[in-house]
Design a protein around this ligand. Structure first.
Ligand SMILES: Cc1cc2nc3c(=O)[nH]c(=O)nc-3n(C[C@H](O)[C@H](O)[C@H](O)COP(=O)(O)OP(=O)(O)OC[C@H]3O[C@@H](n4cnc5c(N)ncnc54)[C@H](O)[C@@H]3O)c2cc1C
Length: 441
């Protein structure tokens, strides 16, 4: 059994752990990052297989991801993120029918969104009149806590209470909610949706811009973050699984790994997701309602075709099991004759148990129904990735169970995307939690 002493231990080498470690290293603190996996990146990583460069799932960033952008800037990789000037979303549905949300760049937020919504072809003028109620409701909750009555509602209940028609919900609100919250509008809480919308649309135009990585996810941040920490005297160790905390005199003083290595420290920051953290032998002071938080899955397929079938960067797919398709060839500027696509099914409770072959068949069927040229294309390679523990399922009531980042007990802090940062459990929540916690130490 080995034993080491360090200033701060950060458990987990995903966005939260690495952003926390980088922020601590920036302040001159000696930090040790431990991750149980052989690679860094947690739930946002990339790998190569079948001749394909694959992200474990397509990740969409937003202009309002301020902590994420700051983290990438610090480690020198911000230029690997493409932030698109125009706020445009194209939608495809069976038979090749198209619609487009185009938010004019000359209008300030949130008027640009209003103009974009008014321009949707598949929603009648009468249906669009409900936007007045939507706008008023959102403005009333521009800042501060969300009223208790709304906290208890799902996205579906809240939108319906504002008189937004099922058609309008299906064509704009559902794809947005499922993309942001990773669960169905019937399940996801209105509070999380409102939090995200008000940040995206009430904090300036820049906030509502979409951004995508020009490289694989791992290349975007993992090595650069490790180099940054190690160049400042810190260490990053993979294949090191924390099994329990060392607690003495009401204070956490380090961790013991499953290989019986002992790491002592002045402070432990955990960025472990709740379902991993609760497996550690935790002192009573750290236990709480957060232990009942549950995950929502995402499944996706990366598909290499012999020819191009779409020109957009990404498309929302309507009335299909697949929610989104991303054009990796365009996004990552891949030099190839054909085209590589990445499909996404969020809140995939019904799909995560299916075989990869079945998930691929669903993706191909949906693409064929929405993209007129797809049926002629030949699949050259593919890879399905299932992430059963993709994000927190943001059901009503879940928000109250999320501990604040940086809280915990003497010698120990909670962090991670699932802590209560004011954002749904996303990359931004992860990076922000890491930064807040580092700031409190
Ligand atoms: C398929 C998919 C698509 C997504 N799409 C988006 C998107 O479009 N936009 C967006 O913003 N977010 C998206 N997300 C969510 C985003 O990936 C997460 O919010 C973020 O990566 C979480 O980072 P984290 O550091 O908090 O947690 P994690 O990345 O889970 O990091 C925790 C780390 O702890 C390690 N660990 C666990 N147990 C132990 C232990 N006992 N000892 C040591 N280490 C341990 C794990 O190996 C892991 O590396 C998506 C997630 C998935 C899976």
């Amino acid at each position: 059994m080995g034993s080491e002493k360090t200033e701060v231990i950060v458990l987990g080498g995903g966005f939260a752990g690495l952003s926390c470690a980088v922020a601590l290293a920036e302040k001159g603190r000696k930090v040790l990052v431990l991750d149980k996996k052989p690679r860094l990146g947690g739930r946002a990583y990339s790998f190569s297989e079948n001749g394909l460069d694959i992200d474990n799932g397509q990740h969409l960033f937003m202009g309002c991801y301020v902590a994420t952008r700051r983290f990438l800037k610090t480690i020198g990789t911000e230029a690997k993120l493409d932030i698109y000037h125009d706020v445009v979303v194209d939608y495809a549905e069976a038979g090749g029918r198209r619609d487009r949300l185009a938010c004019p760049s000359w209008l300030p937020a949130p008027l640009h969104l209003a103009a974009g919504l008014l321009g949707l072809k598949g929603v009648s003028l009468r249906e669009k009149s409900a936007l007045v109620a939507f706008d008023l409701a959102l403005k009333a909750m521009k800042k501060g806590p969300i009223p208790e009555a709304i906290e208890k509602m799902t996205v579906r209940q809240w939108l319906s209470s504002l008189g937004i028609s099922p058609n309008f919900q299906t064509r704009f609100f559902d794809p947005a909610a499922i993309g942001i919250l990773n669960d169905k509008p019937e399940v996801a809480s209105a509070a999380g949706f409102i939090q995200a919308l008000r940040t995206m649309f009430f904090t300036g135009r820049e906030s509502s811009r979409f951004a995508l990585a020009k490289t694989g996810l791992s290349e975007l941040y993992t090595d650069a973050a490790r180099d940054y920490v190690e160049a400042r005297g810190g260490r990053v160790i993979s294949n090191a699984k924390a099994a329990s905390l060392i607690e003495e005199g009401g204070r956490v003083r380090g961790i013991v790994t499953d290989m019986d290595s002992r790491f002592e420290s002045g402070h432990v920051v955990s960025t472990l997701p709740p379902w991993d953290l609760k497996k550690l032998g935790l002192p009573a002071a750290l236990r709480g309602p957060w232990e009942t938080l549950t995950p929502a899955p995402i499944v996706g397929a990366t598909i290499k075709l012999d020819r191009p079938v779409m020109t957009e960067r990404f498309l929302g797919m309507l009335h299909t099991e697949t929610h989104w398709v991303f054009n990796k060839t365009l996004i990552q500027n891949i030099k190839e004759d054909g085209q590589t696509l990445a499909t996404v099914i969020s809140g995939a409770h019904q799909h995560v148990g299916l075989s990869p072959e079945k998930i691929l068949r669903i993706a191909l069927k949906d693409l064929a129904s929405c993209l007129p040229g797809f049926s002629a294309a030949k699949v050259l390679a593919s890879k399905v990735v299932k992430e059963p523990f993709a994000t927190l399922s943001p059901t009503p009531g879940a928000e109250a169970k999320r501990p604040e980042p940086g809280t915990g007990m003497p010698g120990f802090s909670f962090a991670g995307d699932w802590t209560r940062t004011g954002f749904p459990a996303t990359i931004e929540s992860a990076c922000l939690s890491g930064r807040i916690t580092a700031g409190l130490l």
